[in-house]
Ligand binder design. Structure first.
Ligand SMILES: Nc1ncnc2c1ncn2[C@@H]1O[C@H](COP(=O)(O)OP(=O)(O)OP(=O)(O)O)[C@@H](O)[C@H]1O
Length: 346
């Protein structure tokens, strides 16, 4: 992908710094809301989201299935109409100036929208034509992207013949055809094998190094950690925390210890709540979960406090500070990724 650094930065300058509010954030959302109203009843998918993404930043929207990530991206890319709040992308209001926003963004959704029967080069060139480029400009840009994304040897193959990894690279390349100022990637690695996923991370890192602003949604905690400078953790339509992964771990990433007893030990939670460093204790049946900044010596206390209640400790798990423990500390729930891997872009 050599050479892209210069191109992407130039793309930003050509547009005069991004519209009337040039010099401001690449993405800015204030109190953004979406309530769907299907016949089955209202769904409050996004409930007042505030976000600010800087130019050139690689930002992650992280949350479990149904958290509201796609709906948020949908509103920022003008595909979903907000029911409250406001958002600006590249300085333009998504509700008032959707065309200006569309001109400045690239969007890669979760599903494969390549024309399977067209060749790789034609897929790229046609997208360029669709977004208003001249034939010559679209062709030249397409050839360039094929080189950058290591697809030149597949130039004349039908899109249907590409491997899963090549397909994703091509989908990303296609979103870059008109040099978008802000790139939105909605779960770009959903449903692909681990090795292809890691390879794609390399492509995304190079794009970031070249100055491209990226908003990525993912429900893979490791992906957010590997790629994003900052992440917003979103759950049930609300941003729970927004910072760098390191800062989040420092602020919320306590050690979480889950102890399982053979019978419910009613005295254990109370005994632990009095312990230094303990931030929260939750108990369900025979399971006691402790969130603490001071895990040292806790195992002995869990055994002794259980024994005092006539309960034997059967199992213990320890979660060190990580995005997973951050999520647990913020929501009181384990991070679940129910559908990961079930989707395919092919
Ligand atoms: N068009 C729609 N009509 C009604 N409800 C919807 C619609 N789109 C999404 N929802 C609901 O809104 C909530 C948020 O969905 P959304 O797709 O934004 O979440 P997500 O975080 O992107 O999830 P996933 O990771 O599974 O894609 C969910 O409860 C979902 O069922």
């Amino acid at each position: 992908m050599s050479g892209q650094a210069v191109e992407v930065r130039r793309a930003g300058h050509e547009s005069g710094g991004g519209g009337p509010a040039g010099g401001t954030a690449a993405i800015e959302a204030r109190g953004l809301r979406k309530t769907y109203t299907p016949p089955s009843g209202e769904v409050h998918a996004v409930q007042g989201v505030d976000l600010e993404v800087g130019r050139g930043e690689f930002f992650g929207l992280l949350g479990p299935n149904g958290a509201g990530k796609s709906t948020t991206i949908g509103m920022l890319t003008t595909l979903v109409t907000p029911t409250g709040g406001s958002a600006r992308v590249s300085g333009f209001d998504v509700a008032r100036d959707p065309l200006e926003v569309k001109r400045r963004i690239g969007v890669m959704g979760q599903f494969n929208t390549l024309d399977r029967e067209l060749s790789v080069i034609d897929n790229l060139e046609f997208r360029g034509r669709y977004v208003g480029m001249s034939r010559a400009a679209a062709r030249a840009r397409a050839e360039h992207l094929l080189e950058q994304f290591d697809l030149a040897d597949r130039r004349d193959a039908e899109a249907a013949q590409l491997s899963g990894g090549q397909m994703r690279r091509m989908m990303i390349a296609r979103t870059l055809i008109n040099r978008p100022e802000v790139l939105f990637l909605d779960e770009p690695t959903a449903g692909i094998d681990p090795q292809t996923r890691i390879n794609l991370w390399g492509v995304l890192r190079e794009m970031h190094a070249s100055g491209q602003t990226v908003l990525l949604t993912t429900h893979h905690l490791d992906e957010a950690e590997a790629l994003c400078e900052r992440v917003a953790i979103i759950d049930k339509g609300v941003v729970l925390a927004c910072d760098s992964v390191e800062a989040l771990k420092k602020a919320h990433g306590d050690t979480v210890i889950t102890a399982t007893y053979d019978v419910e030990p009613p005295g254990v939670p109370e005994a632990l709540r009095r312990r230094e460093g303990v931030r929260a204790v939750t108990a369900t049946g025979g399971q006691v979960r402790v969130v603490t900044t001071r895990p040292e010596g806790l195992l002995r206390e869990l055994i002794d406090a259980g024994a005092a209640d006539g309960a034997d400790l059967l199992d213990i798990t320890t979660l060190r500070p990580s995005l997973e423990s951050v999520f647990l500390a913020l929501t009181g729930r384990e991070y679940r990724n129910d559908h990961a891997g079930h989707r395919s872009a092919r």
